[in-house]
Write a protein that binds this ligand. Sequence first.
Ligand code: HEC
Length: 179
Amino acid sequence: MRKLSLLIVLLLTPALAQAWPWSQDMANQISTKPQEGADPANPGMRPFPQRSVPAPGTIMIVKDKDAADKLKNPIALEDKSVATGGRLFEIYCVPCHGKEGKGDGYVGAKFVVTPADLSSQSTRDRSDGFIWGHITYGGVFMPSYANDLSPTERWHVINYVRKVVQHNKPSEAKTSAAN
Ligand code: HEC
């Protein structure tokens, strides 16, 4: 009787019960383990889907607008960038700022405050970083476009604003938004 009760006590002691093989049965089954490929011919992790992880040169996180003001535009002012920026400008900026950026978009017309004329001398005098910060954080009335435009896309938009809206070199720009 004493032996039997000792056995029961041993069996019920959690530390000992853990040691029994059954505690690992669930882990040691045929299944895909974390970071293991499902395809035996091609073991290892699958590569991350595009744009799911930060890559050098594409992410730029700044504290606030003041910090953004000092940023330098990392994207060269080339036709390809201007064309990409033009397409994005048409989608995200034209509703308020108008096709030529003069602040006469259809949505902008309903605003209490007229959207800024991006071709004006005062906006020309702004740094690229300022405009990047304005798109990222928004203005007093302008909403933030940080969720809609990636950091790099914001620079493309700025290149478009510089070249086409502000007529730096209008003859070289070839985008639909320029017409
Ligand atoms: C919903 C309307 C709206 C949209 C869309 C919008 N803006 Fe604005 N934006 C404004 C208004 C209103 C102002 C002026 C008041 C303020 O700064 O909030 C402004 C001001 C600005 C200024 C500041 C100009 C200066 O010199 O002070 C910049 C730069 C600018 N917008 C760029 C953009 C760009 C680039 C886009 C597209 C990514 C964009 N805006 C989209 C409404 C808009």
